[in-house]
Design a protein around this ligand. Sequence first.
Ligand SMILES: [Zn+2]
Ligand SMILES: [Zn+2]
Length: 336
Amino acid sequence: MTSQKSRSMKAVQITQNHSIRLIETDIPAIKADEVLVKPCSCGICGTDLHILRHGFPGTNYPVIPGHEFAGHIVEIGRDVTGLKEGDFVAVDPNVTCGTCRWCKIGRPNLCETLTPIGVGRPGAAADYVATPARNSFTVNENLGGDVAAMIEPLACVLHAIERSQGVTGKDVLVFGGGTMGLLTAIVSALRGADRVVLADPAPGKRTIAEAVGVPETTSPADLGRESFDVVFEAAGAKPALTQAIDLVQKNGVLVQVGVLDETDTVPFNPFRIYERELRIIGSNSCADRFPEAVDVMSDIAEQVRPLIDDSHLVWDFEAAVSDMAKGLSIKTQLHF
Ligand SMILES: [Zn+2]
Ligand SMILES: [Zn+2]
């Protein structure tokens, strides 16, 4: 596609001083092990808000944002096998080195030089994006771009469930009725949890949760003294975390999925951790769960589709981020 290389493309760029501009730039030149993707759908998440408004660790400003995306391959690098022009792909944005101690022990999300697409290297809020072939996974075209772009957050949820050491046969509580919380509840039910409760203070979020098949919902204020084997904090809210620790059952686990500010601290009761032998663990991004997420998505696509409830043209990136920040929608996506 040499003709394309001579052309330039449009892209959204976030500058160091946190402003957005539309730029005209060269179409990325792909390396031998990369493919060029023309995105069709791209989700917006809290990470984009951080990059835009406060700064986010590892951001290489000025950056083209966009890390939850799907699209079609339009060009193939010299050494790429197993992918071809025209393939429909979802992309794992986490580009790792493959050689550091964390990559070597199978913990790629902790890579010393993790360079996520849309954070540390140019993202999908553009006409084209270069992605390593090993990060690009073919997806059934029938899924549609919107649902395919949800494979990235689903992969993060599968990692969180793996971190919990499994939910099958367990009582599960999820704090937060946003994308991560809803997907966590949906997958926990799919995986055979005995009980799945989603807690969110907003009645609207609980209604959506019920509509997509989450077995039980409640306001956090009504949780009382029940206890759960696995609690996922997916609200990214300090009060939820403090409350969560008191709701974990003996030998249970609290998984921190929500992203709080780097400087946030919360009060908690250390006696509970000792007394009940609790585990409190973090879950950061999607690790190596992307291929599994491609499979799982085909089972839950119809539950996921209604979660995509806000859409903007990619060039209206700023409006999309402020919509997302208001918290009125579940998943805001960019379209092309
Ligand atoms: Zn994201
Ligand atoms: Zn590494």
